[in-house]
Ligand binder design. Structure first.
Ligand code: SAM
Length: 239
C-alpha cells in the first residue's frame, strides 16, 4: 500500500516538473522576454540602492552581478591565470575578489588600473594598483612590461563604457590574452542589450567592431548558462 502510494507521488512530482519545465522552456520567445525583463528589473533597482549597487565583497562595494562573479571563479579554477589585467578598479572589490579566488587556488596576480585613486581600497599581496588612463600609451607599456612572458593571461575590461574607449582598450589589451584564455568585456548589456537604451554606443558596439575586424576570439556560449549576465557575448575565448 505504502509502496504504491510512493510510486504515485513520485510519478506526480515527475509530471509536475515536466509541465513546469515545458511552461518555461518550450517557448523560447517567452523565455527571452522573461530573462530580459528580470535583467531590466535587476539593473534598474540600483535607483533604490538595491541589487548591484548594494553588493559587497568582504565589505567593499563591488559593481557586478554575482552570477558573473561565479563564472569568474569557474574560469579561474579551470585556467589558473598567472596574471589578470583589470581596467576599472573603482573601490577595489573586484580586484580583491579575484585575488581572494587566487588565494584559494594558490596562484596568480592581479594588475588593476583606474584614473582615480579612491581611498580605502583593500590591500592584498596579489593586487597591484596602477593609476592613470587605461588607454594612455605609457600605461599600456607598463602593463605589458608587468605581464612579461607569464601565462595564462586574462583581461577584464570594466572602465569607461563608451564604444571608442572600449575599442581602444580591446586593441591595447586583447593581444596580451594567451590562447585558450579569456577576455571579458564587462557591461555589454548597456545601450539596450537589454538595459539602459539611452546609453549610446558602448561595450557591445565596441565588441562587434573588434570581432568584425577578424580578432582571434569567439564568444563562449557556455557563459550564458545562468541566463542573466551583465556581459552578454562579453566572455571571449582566445583561439
Ligand atoms: C564600472 S567602474 C569599475 C567597477 C569595478 N571593476 C567593480 O567591479 O567593482 C568603472 C571605473 O572605471 C574608471 N575609469 C573611467 N575612465 C577610465 C580610464 N580612462 N582608465 C581607467 N579607468 C577609468 C572609473 O574611475 C571607475 O572607477
Amino acid at each position: 500500500m505504502l509502496g504504491t502510494l510512493a510510486r504515485i507521488v513520485r510519478h506526480e512530482v515527475k509530471t509536475l516538473r515536466g509541465v513546469l519545465y515545458r511552461r518555461i522552456a518550450v517557448n523560447k520567445a517567452d523565455e527571452r522576454t522573461a530573462i530580459d525583463e528580470f535583467h531590466k528589473l535587476y539593473f534598474e533597482a540600483r535607483a533604490f540602492n538595491q541589487t548591484w549597487r548594494n553588493t559587497y565583497w568582504m565589505g567593499h562595494p563591488i559593481l557586478k552581478c554575482p552570477l558573473d562573479l561565479w563564472l569568474y571563479q569557474e574560469l579561474f579554477f579551470r585556467l589558473r591565470p598567472a596574471v589578470i589585467v583589470e581596467t576599472g578598479t573603482a573601490f577595489g572589490a573586484s580586484a580583491h575578489f579575484m585575488a581572494t579566488m587566487m588565494d584559494l587556488i594558490g596562484h596568480g596576480q592581479v594588475v588593476t588600473i583606474d584614473v582615480e585613486e579612491r581611498p580605502g581600497r583593500p590591500s592584498h599581496a596579489r593586487v597591484t594598483y596602477l593609476t592613470g588612463s587605461s588607454i594612455a600609451p605609457d600605461m599600456v607599456a607598463r602593463v605589458r612590461e608587468r605581464v612579461g612572458n607569464a601565462g595564462p593571461i586574462m583581461v577584464v575590461l570594466d572602465s569607461d563604457h563608451r564604444r571608442e574607449h572600449v575599442l581602444a582598450e580591446l586593441n591595447a589589451y586583447a593581444p596580451l590574452v594567451t590562447p585558450g584564455s579569456y577576455l571579458i568585456v564587462e557591461d555589454t548589456n548597456l545601450n539596450g542589450h537589454p538595459v539602459d537604451p539611452e546609453h549610446g554606443p558602448g561595450p557591445m558596439e565596441a565588441l562587434e567592431a573588434f570581432l568584425q575586424g577578424g580578432a582571434p576570439f569567439e564568444h563562449d556560449a557556455e557563459m550564458d548558462k545562468f541566463l542573466l549576465t551583465f556581459n552578454p557575448r562579453g566572455f571571449l575565448k582566445r583561439r
